[in-house]
Design a protein around this ligand. Sequence first.
Ligand SMILES: [Mg+2]
Length: 221
Amino acid sequence: MKKIVSFDLDGTLVNGVFGDMVWNVGIPEEYAKRYPLSFDEAKQFIISEYNTIGDENILWYTIDYWLKRFDIPVSSDMLLERYVDYIELFPDTEEVLGRLKERFTLIIASNAARIFVEKEILHTGIARYFTHIISATTDYNLVKKQETFYQRLCKTLDIQPHQIIHIGDHPIYDFYVPSRFGIESYFIMSDGKDIPPILSSNQEFLERHTIRNLKELLTKI
Ligand SMILES: [Mg+2]
């Protein structure tokens, strides 16, 4: 019997624009103000700096590290606050959460740092649907939702993998990894997204576990 439904946050419940704005507009803009550069020059430089660290390193996700490294005189909280109007729920998020809450315990399992997750939850007012809100990077010090993440999640929730359902928009970290770990998982596929070859080998399984939008989940679970 399934007990818990776990949701990824960005690209699953909420659109992913907010993070993009903070990292790729806010920080370059501040940098261009601090040093004599155009926005485009600053952006190019900032992105090349991000790439020297890379997304396998926890620092990549740590906004205070970057503000300090670039010597930008603005707090992370102020910077994030500037873009909260970009945080938007997908149209069917609240309806789906409301319906599922009648049957399951709901949680969020996000890769984003807690400071981002909290702004998104607060701004959208969806905290009331969830018993746990977990950030892989902040809470577990893990950079991706690899198998270790799902092991830790089950331990935190004191539950077996077969008692959880996970939904997310990343084909590997929200679908392939948890499915292999024994978690019933659903992949939200948006238009134009490529399916990694590792998934296309079992077409029937993939089709059964792919949804086009959150509402379709209600027909699956
Ligand atoms: Mg996502």
